[in-house]
Design a protein around this ligand. Structure first.
Ligand SMILES: CC(=O)[C@@H](O)[C@H](O)COP(=O)(O)O
Length: 255
């Protein structure tokens, strides 16, 4: 079970809803992924798509928790405004805090993210900040009281997989709230790797929406997350410098 604040989930795969070209394929991909948490940009929903049918209208919303995100915000104030808009519209009080600091790398702004989280926590939100793989920021945000941290594997949409497993491992080791590895994943091996490192979940979007067959990729990602989690809980053997024979040599007759 994945526990985030007062919420509980069986699935550890969180899916983004952007960049799908066909709503029906998207619905099937969501189903195939087994996800229970769908994240979407409130700003996009509110401004650019006003009046149009939205993908969320095509879903049985009783099966999913909608996780609004503050994509499009570049300051704490903007992120807070977007979060309040989401809550006032009757959406979940969970918010993925995404405050982008740079239009080229799309990396999150640590100072504005911290400030936004501080305000949103005071306002009673369940707060999930998207951050870089920054060990100290992750720690500081947890001291502030966030409900999960979402370190990036690599930049959004880059598909570069986990660039810094060392940092991610330390974030995970020191975490007192769930760690959801978010962004930059490309293949099921990346998802499995994040889970093998001990992540509590992964969030991805482009890897599925941008593949030739999003439904199959969604299923592959689901299996990757499940395999990685199973391996993590099973306990993997230590890495050794030299060989260790699989069959014991004792009792063998040597000539
Ligand atoms: C939908 C969402 O929140 C994205 O911003 C998220 O960070 C996913 O990144 P990828 O598209 O790289 O998987």
């Amino acid at each position: 079970m994945l526990h985030i604040g007062k919420y509980e989930f069986n699935s550890r795969l969180l899916l983004g809803t952007g960049k799908f070209t066909d709503m029906q394929v998207q619905s099937q991909a969501v189903e195939a992924s087994g996800t229970e948490i769908l994240t979407f940009a409130v700003r996009r929903l509110d401004l650019e798509e006003a009046g149009k049918q939205h993908f969320l209208d095509t879903l049985d919303l009783s099966k999913y928790t909608l996780l609004p995100n503050t994509a499009g915000a570049s300051t704490a104030e903007e992120a807070v405004r977007i979060a309040e808009l989401a809550r006032a519209s009757g959406l979940c009080d969970m918010i993925k805090v995404e405050v982008i600091g740079d239009g080229v790398t799309l990396l999150p702004d640590p100072l504005e993210t911290y400030k936004a989280c501080s305000i949103l926590l005071e306002k009673g939100f369940t707060v999930l900040p998207y951050i870089s793989d920054d060990v100290i920021l992750a720690k500081r945000l947890q001291l502030l009281g966030v409900h999960a941290v979402m370190p990036g594997a690599s930049p959004i949409g880059a598909g570069r997989g986990i660039i810094n497993p060392y940092n991610l491992e330390i974030v995970i080791e020191q975490a007192v709230v769930p760690v959801i590895v978010d962004a930059g994943l490309r293949s099921p091996k990346d998802a499995a790797y994040a889970m093998e490192l001990g992540a509590d979940g992964v969030l991805l979007n482009t890897a599925v929406s941008g593949s030739h067959d999003p439904v199959s990729m969604a299923k592959a990602m689901r299996l990757g997350v499940e395999a990685g989690r199973l391996a993590y809980t099973a306990g993997m053997i230590p890495v050794k410098r030299y060989a260790a024979a699989s069959s014991p040599a004792e009792g063998m007759v040597h000539t």
